[in-house]
Design a protein around this ligand. Sequence first.
Ligand SMILES: [Zn+2]
Length: 413
Amino acid sequence: MVENQGNSEEMKSPCTSDVDPRASSSSKEGKGKRLWKKVKFQLVEYHSLPGYLKDNEYILRHYRSEWPLRQTLLSIFTLHNETLNVWTHLLGFFLFLCLTIYTATKAPKVVDLHTLQNLPEVLRNVDFHKLQMELRTCLPSLPNMPDLQKFQQELKTSLPSMDYLPSLSNWYIVELLYNCLPERFSNSNHTDVCVLHSMKEDVANIISPLMVRPITRWPFFAFLGGAMFCLLASSACHLLSCHSERFSYIMLRVDYAGIAALIATSFYPLVYYSFMCYPAFCNLYIGFITLLGISTILVSLLPVFQKPEYRGFRASLFFGMGVSGVAPILHKLILFWHQPEALHTTGYEVLMGAFYGIGALVYATRVPERWMPGKFDIAGHSHQLFHVLVVAGAYTHYRAGLVYLRWRDVHGC
Ligand SMILES: [Zn+2]
């Protein structure tokens, strides 16, 4: 126990890092078992790594090599060349966990000014028969209703966003009230302010659920789940792969499966909410990307897939998966070019594509460390940049997903 704590401290010290354990053991052989254990968990250089841990020859130092599981787990809190790789995706995981909780609890209830501005258009699609029925049953204060003009004024001030509307005079709900219940309005001669407030609230409560008819959330949560799985798997892979060859083999596969899952599930909100009124296309695209994702995971199970010389192949396989998203995006634009939401989401998707595309390029080319080997061992090497770009791309996609949800909640098909 004491020795382990000593080892942890040893790992933190940058001046004692980069010592080959084999060289150290030979030079300090006579100093006993305790000293051997002490130097055993120091960081090593690239040339002294076992073959399966040799991945990037431009990162020269600060490697952990075949540490026991406990030391490997504790190394999340120490500085080595994987520290930032672990934390970039671990923080990304917590970000998406918070976004998932937010989406599950808050996002469906959001009715902002943007949606209220579409009210006349929304009301055109409302089931008026149902609205009439609800108005009759849900306005207990109607018998005491003051004159219509005053009621109309009160409603105007209670919903400020309505002032932006050029078609306020055509506001259907007031017409509806007038047409639906003319006798009660005309018979009433009270001007009780409390009654008006009560009316306002009643009407607002009736309008809101009719404006927003939440559509299914599973494609959005599938994406959030895919993102969280990818980020957590990647973080665990970077932390644990150095433990043993078997661990490395398993963790790399989990990591590749995570990337494939993130790309595949990213298609779900895009495809589902774009083509929810065209089930044939919806099923076609979702089926295609699901099959492609499963195939990629199966290919990544082949031992040859993780070899350094296949880095370009790995990058292009994931890149190709992502690029196939161009087809549904163009298709969406053709079908909904007149819808602002279609353009808005496409803007986010182009930005996401840019993040992932640059990420794949950085991953494959190993820039900047190839220009100055050894200078970016701890911070700034290509894989860390790739991680940050992946989180940025996934977050951009989340923002696009919120636009899809609002679009379909308000407009339906
Ligand atoms: Zn990674």
